[in-house]
Design a protein around this ligand. Structure first.
Ligand SMILES: CC(=O)[C@@H](O)[C@H](O)COP(=O)(O)O
Ligand SMILES: NCC(=O)COP(=O)(O)O
Length: 249
């Protein structure tokens, strides 16, 4: 039987709510435990350089407490690599960061940054982390990721999700085919293929029909949905959507 499409729950925006008042609640680590109890296959947390949401202490607790894999998202800086060497998460995903961005705006420039990325990927591997590169679903970054020795790529789904949300059917179809082709290309190179950014129930269900994808990392939509239905129901709803999509329903 084919391995189930995995769901990684990103808890960043529980920390966004916590930080709004500068206190200790809601606790993102408590959310991580609840997400796992609700069926999450792993937890993703993005320790940004500006610490706008997840903080070092959150990452330390997640690294020591979780019963499922932790995917530590980070910029490819020496500061973050050193933290990954200290916390030793199951996985590390290198993402682009701009201080002024509201959220991630695209994939890592792996083609232009090969020289800087290669030693940092080596350090993460030496620390026992499964390295993932968050990239655009295009041939050049996919092939470069494979050459750099990253075993995993996470394809940026934001452009497709925005086109769907905007009702731009032509652009949505073009972006979906870009993701489908990128996933097949990455898989053919032996890469494990993940997807993330902006996914909701509908887009997760549709994307799950692409067999090359092994894992989705989903956060903002789930935390927003949890405000209305609770975190467990939101996650179970996403699990159902992904299973339906994978089964072709
Ligand atoms: C790379 C990606 O799309 C997300 O995992 C990232 O965490 C988004 O950044 P924010 O969580 O700060 O919106
Ligand atoms: N890498 C994508 C991720 O972890 C979650 O992105 P989003 O669902 O919060 O947009």
């Amino acid at each position: 039987m084919a391995e189930r499409l995995r769901l990684g729950v990103n808890i960043d925006h529980v920390a966004t709510v916590r930080n709004a008042r500068g206190g200790a609640v809601p606790d993102p680590v408590r959310a991580a435990h609840l997400a796992i109890a609700a069926g999450a296959d792993g937890i993703t947390a993005h320790l940004r350089e500006d610490r706008r949401h997840i903080r070092d202490t959150d990452m330390a607790r997640l690294s020591s407490e979780l019963s499922k894999p932790l995917n530590f998202e980070m910029a490819a800086t020496d500061e973050m690599i050193a933290l990954a060497e200290r916390f030793r998460p199951h996985a590390a995903c290198l993402v682009p960061e701009k201080r002024e961005e509201r959220t991630t705006e695209g994939g890592l420039d792996v083609v232009g940054q090969q020289a800087q990325l290669a030693p940092r990927i080596a350090r993460l591997k030496a620390a026992g982390c499964r390295v993932s590169l968050f990239i655009e679903p295009d041939a050049a970054p996919i092939e470069t990721a494979a050459r750099l020795g990253a075993p995993v790529v996470e394809l940026h789904t934001g452009s497709w999700c925005h086109a769907v949300a905007d009702g731009n059917a032509a652009k949505a179809e073009a972006e979906f085919q870009r993701l489908k082709g990128g996933a097949a290309h990455a898989a053919a190179l032996g890469l494990e293929v993940h997807a993330g950014h902006g996914l909701d129930y509908d887009t997760a269900r549709r994307l799950a029909a692409v067999p090359a994808f092994v894992e989705f990392n989903i956060g903002h939509f789930l935390i927003g949905e949890a405000i209305f239905v609770g975190l467990e129901a939101a996650i179970r709803g996403m699990r159902k959507a992904m299973d339906e999509g994978r089964a072709g329903n």
